[in-house]
Each structure stands twice: as structure tokens, then as C-alpha cells.
Design a protein around this ligand. Structure first.
Ligand code: NAD
Length: 353
């Protein structure tokens, strides 16, 4: 099992170091991982001038899975767009065809008070958002800003081919089948032709998964329902832009950005695994970042790429135990809890593992 390790920028190296320790424990228990580290993002710009260097690209293609910290920092904001750290991330997703982004949004009972929503609305919350990641208005052409009738005109193209919708719909139905067999497809078909096609194709695919209950929701309503009654959902599937917005909204239901992992998969379950948060430059190098989202990303890697459900559950249970033992990093700490640092949180997880 070859894993490309991409620590990235800011808190990336600190949190990835803890996740690598988890892989080392599993290795000593008999699983075989080959880890190789490479540069992506701002650190790659500093070293090579390119946020996604050729060497990293080669490793990314060879590896079965990739573990990423986060990329970015304000010192790169003035660079041309193609030299910015975020371009490294967009390129790696596009080059590896990582079209299916899976974001579980799960609330640990110990952290119910971290949410801004009432406990009865969110307690026991466990939903999964699947966002299409390589199409839609983010990549559609034509795009640009041009002069028209003496004024500037900004334009982008929202576009999906049926093949793109088929493949993300299949992923969504397969994942829904492994959970509670409930899938909600989110679109804006009352106004957008692109969404009409999305809905038509999802309905076609549903014929192959008659055991999964399919529903549809307009994106504006979905945004509202996610805060009104989030537990009505199990699996949500949607396009790139709607998914970008809804998954951030949903992640905040849990109140703790440092707890949520994600996976971006291709059609053979090769995946890039990363926490949903950014590089948090404000706390980098201080040993206070929460490494749990990155550690939980390793659990997702074992589940989705390596098919080791047992090891995935083992990691997730270790995280649950650590929280039950009242250990907290600063971002999730409340009065009466034991505040510990990044490395000590790694120690605590390892001990339970
Ligand atoms: P951010 O997620 O980095 O930070 C938002 C807030 O959450 C900050 O206060 C930060 O300290 C806190 N935070 C984030 N992760 C944490 C953790 N693990 N433990 C404790 N606290 C944590 O978002 P931002 O500040 O908007 O962006 C910072 C940089 O990260 C930018 O350059 C941005 O482009 C980049 N970014 C990268 C990714 C990615 O690599 N996938 C995603 C989002 C943002």
C-alpha cells in the first residue's frame, strides 16, 4: 500500500506527523505501508517555484493513496494565480481525476456543546456529503472578464456532461447502499438546464439501485434544511459549486473544523485524504492544532482505498475514546476538560489504538 505523504503548509506538517504515527502503529501490527513524502502548495513554490512540481506529480500517480495536510498562506496571495498554493491542490485533483469528494459530518456526543445549534437538533448527527469535484462552473469554458458595450462583463459556464453525472451518481448510490440506503440529490432544476440534466441522469441511475430511497431537493431549500433539521439526511450528492457551499455549511453543524476528514476518489478508489480545514497559519508551529481530522482521514483511507474496514473503525474508536477521556486540543476545549497539544493528542490516540 503505497502512500504519498504531502504535509503542505502552515499546520500541515504538524498534523500529518501525528497521522503518520498512526500508520506506523498499524505497520507494527502487520499492515504494510510504503510512505514517501513530497512537496505540494506553498512549500513547493518556495523550493521549486511550482505549487505542484513534476516530482510530486510522478509520486502522486504511482501512489495508491495520498495523505495531505493543507496548503496556503497569505505570503502567496500576490503571486499569479497559476503559482499559488491552491493551484497545486486544484491540479492534483484534476490530474488524478479525483472527481468524488466525500465529507462525513459526524457529531461526537462529547462535543455537542461546540455547535451553535441546539443539542436536540444535532445530537447523533451522522451525514455524508458527496460533492462532484472536477466539473461544473469551476472548470467550465468559456470563462473570463471582458469589455462589452464599454463595461466589464464577468462570465463563467456551468456545464456537466451526462458521463460526469453518471459516475458521481454511481458513487453516491454505492455509498448510500453501505449506509442507511437514503440518498438526497441536490440541484437547482427549477432554473438551470444543467441541473435538469443532473436530475434526469440521477433518476436514470437510480433504476440500478432500487433498494436505495432517492429524493431530490433544490439547493436553496437544502441550505435551509441543513440547519433546520439536519438529521433528515443520510447521504447527499450534489455538483461542485453547490457541494462546496453546502459541505462547509454542514461542517459547521459540528462546530469543530479540526474534527472533520475528507476523501477525494477516482473511479478505482484511489484517493486523496485530507482534513477539511486549511493551513491555519495563525496557529502554525505552536503545537496547538487539532490533528484529529487528519487522523480520521487515515481511517477514511483505510476504508475507501484499502478496504480495511476493521482498521478504519479501530482508528475511529480510538478517537472516540480520547474524547471520552476528556482530552481536548484548544479548539474544542471546554471548562473541566484536559487541554493538550498536537503531539500529545497524537500520543493519546496511539495509546488507545
Ligand atoms: P483555516 O481552515 O486554515 O482556518 C480557519 C480557522 O480555524 C483559524 O482560526 C484556524 O486557526 C482554525 N483551525 C483550522 N484548522 C484547525 C485545526 N486543525 N486545529 C485548530 N484550529 C484550526 O482557514 P483560513 O484561515 O481561511 O485559511 C488559511 C489558509 O489555508 C489560506 O491560505 C487558505 O487558502 C488555505 N486553505 C487551504 C485548504 C486546503 O488545503 N484544502 C482549505 C481551506 C483553506
Amino acid at each position: 500500500m503505497k502512500i504519498a505523504v504531502l504535509p503542505g503548509d502552515g499546520i500541515g506538517p504538524e498534523i500529518v506527523a501525528q497521522a503518520v504515527r498512526v500508520l506506523e502503529v498499524l505497520t507494527s501490527d502487520g499492515m504494510k505501508f510504503e510512505l514517501e513524502t513530497a512537496l505540494l502548495g506553498g512549500c513547493a513554490v518556495d523550493a521549486t517555484g511550482n505549487p505542484f512540481p513534476e516530482e510530486t506529480r510522478k509520486l502522486a500517480i504511482e501512489a495508491d493513496a495520498l495523505l495531505l495536510g493543507a496548503v496556503g498562506g497569505s505570503q502567496y496571495d500576490e503571486l499569479p494565480r497559476e503559482k499559488r498554493p491552491e493551484r497545486g491542490l486544484l491540479s492534483i485533483r484534476k490530474d488524478l481525476n479525483l472527481f468524488a469528494n466525500l465529507r462525513p459530518v459526524m457529531l461526537y456526543s462529547e462535543l455537542e456543546d461546540a455547535s451553535t445549534l441546539k443539542p436536540e437538533v444535532i445530537s447523533g448527527l451522522d451525514i455524508l456529503i458527496i460533492r462532484e469535484l472536477t466539473g461544473d462552473i469551476y472548470f467550465g469554458e468559456p470563462r473570463g472578464i471582458k469589455l462589452h458595450d464599454d463595461q466589464r462583463l464577468g462570465f463563467n459556464t456551468m456545464i456537466y456532461s451526462e458521463a460526469e453525472i453518471y459516475r458521481i451518481a454511481h458513487v453516491a448510490f454505492r455509498v448510500a447502499r453501505k449506509r442507511n440506503k437514503k440518498l438526497c440529490s441536490v440541484d437547482k432544476m427549477n432554473v438551470l438546464e444543467c441541473s435538469q440534466l443532473w436530475r434526469d441522469v440521477v433518476i436514470e441511475v437510480s433504476q440500478e439501485y432500487r433498494d436505495v430511497e432517492l429524493s431530490h431537493m433544490l439547493v436553496d431549500n437544502a441550505a435551509m434544511q441543513l440547519v433546520l433539521e439536519p438529521k433528515q439526511f443520510d447521504v447527499i450528492v450534489t455538483g461542485n459549486m453547490f457541494g462546496d457551499i453546502l459541505s462547509d455549511e454542514a461542517s459547521m453543524l459540528t462546530g469543530s473544523i479540526g474534527m472533520l476528514p475528507s476523501a477525494s476518489l477516482d473511479d478505482k478508489n484511489k484517493g486523496l485524504y485530507e482534513p477539511i480545514h486549511g493551513s491555519a497559519p495563525d496557529i502554525a508551529g505552536k503545537n496547538i492544532a487539532n490533528p484529529l481530522a487528519t487522523i480520521l482521514s487515515v481511517a477514511m483511507m483505510l476504508r475507501y482505498t484499502f478496504n480495511h474496514e476493521e482498521a478504519a473503525v479501530r482508528i475511529e474508536n480510538s478517537v472516540k475514546k480520547v474524547l471520552a477521556q476528556n482530552y481536548r486540543t484548544r479548539d474544542i476545549c471546554e471548562p473541566g476538560m484536559k487541554e493538550i497539544g498536537t503531539a500529545e493528542m497524537g500520543d493519546a490516540v496511539l495509546k488507545n489504538l
